[in-house]
Design a protein around this ligand. Sequence first.
Ligand code: UTP
Length: 294
Amino acid sequence: MADPIDLAVVPVAGHGTRLLPATKSQPKEMLPVGRKPVVQYVVEELAQSGIQRLLFVTGASKTSIENHFDIDEGLVTYLRESGREDELQQLSFERRRMEYFYTRQRRQLGLGHAVLCAKPLVGRQSFVVALGDSIIGINAKSDIVQRMVEQFEKSKADIVVAFEEVPREEVVRYGIARPKGETGSSFELADLIEKPSVEEAPSQLAVAARYVFSPAIFDALERTEPGKGGEIQLTDAIRILLKEGAKGIGMCLGPEEPRFDIGNYESYFKSFVEFALADPDYGDALREHIRKLI
Ligand code: UTP
């Protein structure tokens, strides 16, 4: 039997142009949502789901991500010696049982290309992909990746993709599932349709930033033609595999685990407000303040 999947690839190399000027010299994955940067929630979610090795695909201007997960002994000593136990507690994530690895995508040629950059390090093992700009569940309270890995192993799938149900009029913004037959909390995936019209959309299930792949995805990515702007799309590689008869499974996020996409301002603002409202110390005061404002 193959070893259980404990490796996740987290692409964080994109330009984040939709969040300029905030992302001119800092990664969008380091923007705070409530108290923590986006990527810290992603790591916490993955750790909860049994991931123990994490490979970031980073790029230019992204070194603050590496710094964030380093152990800052100087800061720890300073906080300890000045008796600031609460603040010290905020650094406990540094001690998490996780091994971090980094590789660079030297040219931003799309998400598919970023995943392909992981090939020399991942080799012939199955692995998780978690987008570094998306949080699943308030404060990352989700075990979707664990459920996906279990399903991947149980059904001997080649691909498992997480989906979120979106309103009909929003299908035009996402990759949408074409399920084979009935959809429940999981379903067989026939195809993915990128940004379909409302009329053409085969479902309202939008790709939601978490995947499990067998290493066959690398072969498919190598055969994927670049699309708009010379970018290699992960969705296109998944479609190649499905067309060739690979087994794809879709898994739906539950109502308690919405996806927070920190890729554009509308969604970033909404996410920040929701997390801030859930803050145990400041949520209630903020709720009052917002009530007064509106
Ligand atoms: P997006 O599709 O939002 O692309 O990335 P982007 O380039 O970051 O953003 P815009 O369109 O310019 O605003 C989804 C995830 O994939 C990573 C991003 O860092 C993000 O976490 N990504 C995207 C890469 O690692 N490399 C790429 O070439 C593109």
